[in-house]
Design a protein around this ligand. Structure first.
Ligand code: HEC
Length: 85
């Protein structure tokens, strides 16, 4: 049996600090305004319901290069202002 050597460095930090982030709509609006107007006019959050936004943000957030933390904020902002179905 191969010997599993002992770990000499700390394991990598988990990918997701996101669970600890308290969504902040004010930060979210700033990120939205700055990052989501780079390629097209700023969309109106009230144009889509939260379900549609989930799908849209899944593709747009990576395109905009938004960090995991700001993703939490921008998602909160958009959903707080989304169309009510
Ligand atoms: C790198 C360029 C780029 C950035 C940054 C970007 N978008 Fe887009 N967006 C596009 C393109 C291109 C389209 C046209 C549809 C497609 O290709 O998916 C689009 C389409 C859209 C649409 C219409 C979607 C639909 O399904 O009708 C919405 C809403 C939208 N973007 C929201 C956002 C939001 C919110 C952000 C910020 C998180 C953002 N976009 C950032 C490029 C971008």
């Amino acid at each position: 049996m191969p010997v599993i050597s002992e770990r000499t460095t700390d394991p990598p930090k988990p990918e997701s600090p996101v669970a600890d982030v308290k969504p902040d709509i004010v930060i979210g609006q700033r990120v939205f305004t700055n990052q989501c107007s780079k390629c097209h006019d700023l969309p109106d959050p009230a144009k889509y319901n939260t379900e549609r936004w989930d799908g849209i943000l899944r593709t747009m957030i990576p395109r905009a290069g938004i960090s995991r933390v700001n993703e939490v904020h921008v998602t909160a902002y958009v959903k707080a202002n989304a169309k009510s179905n």
